[in-house]
Design a binder for this molecule. Structure first.
Ligand SMILES: [Fe+2]
Length: 145
């Protein structure tokens, strides 16, 4: 089925959204692991941040899955996550989170260019960008020396 406004077919849009879905699920998995990798007093400091980010990321994944379903497709999930069994400082955990949050932001910015012209989808992607941008800004603020 062709999408009338966007340059992409709904099939292609669903594929792009599947990528974003995987990014979010991967990020949630990483947050889950980061929470268990931080030890000692640092845990008291960063656990809440990582826990909230985990829940927010799951929510983002749900939003994407809902969007894929609304296009008439079943979300496809293809993830590759490898989290080593090394203890982390709170700062290191936040630094790692910043890396994958920035990747997620880039993924949505890429997606925005591709869905140009499809206003509802553009708006959806823009709102995801705003959310990711907030995450990145929050992490950067916490990582200030
Ligand atoms: Fe997210």
């Amino acid at each position: 089925m062709e999408n009338s406004v966007s340059k992409l077919s709904t099939e292609e849009i669903a594929q792009e959204l599947n990528r974003a879905f995987a990014e979010e699920v991967e990020a949630a998995t990483r947050y889950l692991h980061l929470r268990s990798a931080v030890r000692g007093l640092d845990r008291v400091i960063v656990d809440r941040v990582l826990k909230d980010a985990f829940h927010e990321t799951i929510e983002h994944a749900e939003n994407i899955a809902q969007k894929i379903r609304s296009l008439g497709h079943v979300p496809k999930l293809d993830i590759r996550v490898n989290c080593p069994n090394e203890p982390l400082s709170g700062r290191e955990a936040l630094r790692q989170a910043l890396i994958f949050e920035e990747e997620a932001l880039e993924c949505y910015q890429d997606l925005l260019k591709k869905v140009e012209g499809d206003v509802p989808l553009e708006e959806f992607v823009r709102s995801q960008i705003a959310l990711e941008y907030e995450h990145v800004a929050q992490l950067k603020e916490l990582l200030v020396e």
